[in-house]
Design a protein around this ligand. Structure first.
Ligand code: SER
Length: 315
């Protein structure tokens, strides 16, 4: 039997681009997009779409049965900065959606799950450079707590019930087609839009705040590669460390200046600085590279060139 995929949270930053790529690979009609709000025109017109609240197991099961879904990609989540404003709501969304989908796999309604984790699982006591796969994890944000708990729920359902659930600890994801919302790494997306429009940007993190980041193309490839790997290759059932590049606001500004010489950056750190300061600066992802041959394509220079080219073309 061929695979039929359900994407929960398809209208978000990653969901949007991942859905389009999966539709290219699996065929439009075999990739069902869903969210609590409608997606953009491309998503709504290129294949099936269902309105689903990702925390509602009954609603999810109805759609699973309607389309004979075999795999669920659960991308609905509240990100780090917004979650600090709405801690209880964030916990409910991030946890209840995961437990609903894990339950559906345990009950054999679906065969495979993808669920993203994040560098937010780490905290101030974690080694900051080349953060290992297995290390101290004491997250200080609600988002990080939910991702760490979620990782261990995934591992538990895998060990206890044989659920095939796979997860990546995404760094900050940078894209130009779809914008993130409510994350601490969002500045690295906003900066490109502002650079093109106004040639200046005020950054909410300080100039030397180094964080792990990744271009959307690489994040989408990693996700699909992990999901297509043989089950025996997927040895980590919490979340895989995943990396491509690390940079500071000052360094991204320097790269942008190469294309937009008049670009100027200023700094006004807010509450997100504290979140960023608790996260690693760089990640050791050798386990992902060994287990299922992960390789990234983009670094800061090639990503900046690609984004500016595309934004110029499409705006
Ligand atoms: N990009 C996310 C955030 O900033 C990290 O997973 O919240």
């Amino acid at each position: 039997m061929s695979d039929t995929l359900l994407i929960l949270g398809a209208s978000g930053q990653i969901g949007n681009e991942l859905t389009q790529k999966l539709r290219e690979i699996y065929g439009n009609k075999n990739v069902i997009a869903s969210d609590i709000r409608e997606g953009n025109e491309e998503m709504m017109n290129s294949g099936p779409f269902e309105l689903i609240d990702a925390t509602n197991k009954v609603q999810i099961l109805k759609v699973i049965k309607k389309y004979n879904i075999t795999q669920v990609y659960l991308l609905a989540a509240m990100l780090s900065a917004t979650a600090e404003q709405y801690p209880q709501k964030a916990w409910n969304l991030n946890m209840n959606s995961l437990l609903a989908v894990l339950g559906l796999a345990k009950e054999k309604h679906i065969q495979q799950i993808y669920w993203p984790s994040s560098i937010a699982v780490f905290g101030a006591t974690t080694p900051k450079e080349n953060t290992p796969q297995n290390t101290i994890m004491e997250p200080s944000t609600v988002y990080g707590i939910s991702k760490l708990a979620g990782e261990f729920w995934c591992n538990y359902y895998h060990d206890k019930y044989g659920v095939d659930v796979r997860s990546l600890r995404y760094p900050g994801i940078i894209s130009w087609k779809s914008k993130p919302g409510g994350g601490t790494t969002d500045y690295a997306v906003d900066i490109y839009f502002k650079a093109l429009k106004e040639e200046k940007y005020t950054c909410f993190l300080s100039e030397n705040t180094r964080l792990p980041m990744m271009y959307m193309d690489d994040a989408v490839d990693a996700t699909i590669q992990l999901m297509q790997a043989k089950s025996s290759q997927v040895k980590v059932r919490t979340g895989y460390n995943l990396a491509a590049m690390s940079f500071t606001p000052k360094e991204i500004a320097t790269q942008i200046k190469k294309h937009i010489p008049d670009f100027e950056i200023s700094y006004q750190p807010d509450f997100r600085q504290q979140i960023a300061d608790s996260w690693p600066q760089s990640i050791d992802d050798s386990k992902a590279r060994e287990d299922w041959n992960w390789q990234h394509q983009f670094d800061l220079a090639s990503m900046t060139k690609d984004i500016i080219l595309n934004l110029k073309k499409h705006q």
